[in-house]
Design a protein. Structure first.
Length: 454
């Protein structure tokens, strides 16, 4: 399967000077495959060391001299290693923090050797390092599940992808094509973007096999709890993971997970799941200016899971159920639509930037309002409503646009694309005027291009 991340990895490989690259992402998002494919496609000799399977490999790095370390690896692997023609892949590096610390010496003394490090539980090591971090001498690269556009490519639907990429405002979308793309998007909601699930679907077109695999993946993630639970009860971790699909779209309250357990225990479990990159918080931000992260309320947030396919299996959705539903906002009261939009917003960010998510809410009596997502587009703030209906029903959006004095907003729904100029007012006499761009879910990956051309 083609991954758009490969193009960015290729840029890194060809860059000068080049620092060791650290892939960050949850288990089963394709980190190992990407490193192997990069080496293969460039004719590089791949030297792969897996520290989870063979922790004793760390003894090869008992030096601050990269040349000495490389000689050790060469002898142990029985390989002649030419740095300019090789790619050293250090997998599951979180098992051996002392090896992570040596990356600084490779960056300084052997930049000609391409090095990629990865680990499914890497965030735990980075959050509480027990070593001298190689600050400024490594680059980070964030890996997310497959986007919808990658999902189309994996099924051999390149013409559909080209239609999406070539769509421009004013171009009529034939109803048949719109319905076909929406059906594919419904499949994406069930299958998700984890490579193993997408591969199984592409090869078999058998949803039962995909769902069996998804159950296995959920079990794998839950088995991982033993590795990072520490003194925290495994029950608390399991509760948060399994309750999150039912709490989508809501302000996250610890009592909603288990009202009989102290909030500190639930909070600790959520923190660990976030570090494992299985859960992602969506923080309330004031949206008064850029950067959005400068004005967040860390106590007010919603939570989504790593992948919409795991949400669907946890909620018991089937292809037959979703096939007859025209509006995705009707599934699970619109919460699953918020999940998939958040997931795809993370996927469209450049992989060198941590893909944070934000929303906005106002808890004023008689004038409560909420905007599903707030993003930065170039140097502007753009609110996103994951809604159906006409412009006249978007009361929260009208209020937000009035308060923030913005000129452009985005709506994501199940309808064909459109642009309208909204001219309205609330109970006050103050006029509200802004451009509302509406796009169907399948165009979500083209957000920045379409906003720019609008």
């Amino acid at each position: 399967m083609y991954r758009t991340a490969l193009a960015h990895l290729q840029d890194w490989l060809e860059s000068q000077p080049r620092k060791p690259l650290v892939l960050r992402g949850a288990r089963q998002v394709g980190k190992t495959w990407l490193a192997r494919e990069l080496a293969r496609s460039n004719g590089k000799q791949l030297i792969e060391l897996n520290f989870e399977r063979f922790p004793q490999l760390k003894t090869l790095f008992d030096s601050n001299d990269p040349a000495h370390i490389l000689n050790n690896i060469s002898a142990q692997q029985n390989l002649e290693i030419i740095p300019t023609q090789s790619l050293l892949f250090l997998d599951e590096i979180q098992v051996v923090p002392e090896v992570f610390a040596t990356l600084r010496w490779f960056a300084e003394d052997m930049p000609e050797l391409a090095i990629i490090a990865a680990g499914s539980l890497l965030e735990f090591m980075l959050s509480q390092p027990s070593f001298s971090m190689p600050v400024g001498r490594i680059s980070y690269f964030y890996i997310e599940p497959l986007s919808f556009e990658e999902f189309l490519l994996a099924q051999g639907l390149k013409p559909s992808l080209q239609f999406i990429q070539q769509y421009t405002w004013g171009l009529e979308v034939p109803l048949m094509i719109h319905q076909q793309l929406m059906m594919e998007f419904k499949k994406y909601i069930l299958i998700g973007g984890l490579p193993a699930a997408v591969s199984t679907w592409s090869q078999t077109q058998n949803i039962i096999r995909v769902q069996n695999l998804q159950h296995d993946l959920l079990t794998t993630y839950r088995d991982d709890f033993n590795k990072y639970s520490g003194k925290l009860s495994l029950t608390r971790l399991d509760e948060v993971l399994m309750q999150t699909p039912r709490l989508l779209g809501q302000k996250f309250k610890y009592s909603h997970v288990n009202a009989d357990v102290q909030s500190t225990a639930i909070k600790a479990a959520l923190t660990l799941l976030t570090q494992a990159r299985l859960c992602y918080p969506i923080y309330h931000c004031a949206a008064n200016g850029l950067p959005l992260g400068a004005e967040i309320d860390i106590k007010t947030f919603k939570v989504i899971l790593l992948d919409v396919g795991l949400i669907s299996i946890a909620l018991g959705l089937s292809l037959q159920q979703i096939d007859v539903i025209h509006d995705l906002n009707l599934i699970n009261k619109g919460a699953i639509a918020e999940q998939v939009v958040g997931q795809l917003l993370r996927a469209i960010e450049v992989p060198y930037i941590h893909p944070d998510l934000y929303y906005w809410q106002r808890d004023k009596k008689g004038s409560a309002a909420e905007i599903d997502y707030i993003i930065q587009h170039e140097n502007r703030i753009i609110p996103i409503e994951v809604k159906s209906g006409t412009a006249g029903s978007l009361k929260s959006l009208h209020l937000f646009m009035q308060l923030k004095q913005l000129s452009q907003a985005l709506r994501i729904n199940s309808d064909i694309p459109s642009r309208v100029q909204v001219n309205t007012h609330l109970t006050s006499a103050t006029a509200i005027s802004y451009q509302l761009c509406s796009i169907p879910f399948y165009l979500l990956g083209q957000i920045h291009r379409l906003l720019r051309s609008a």
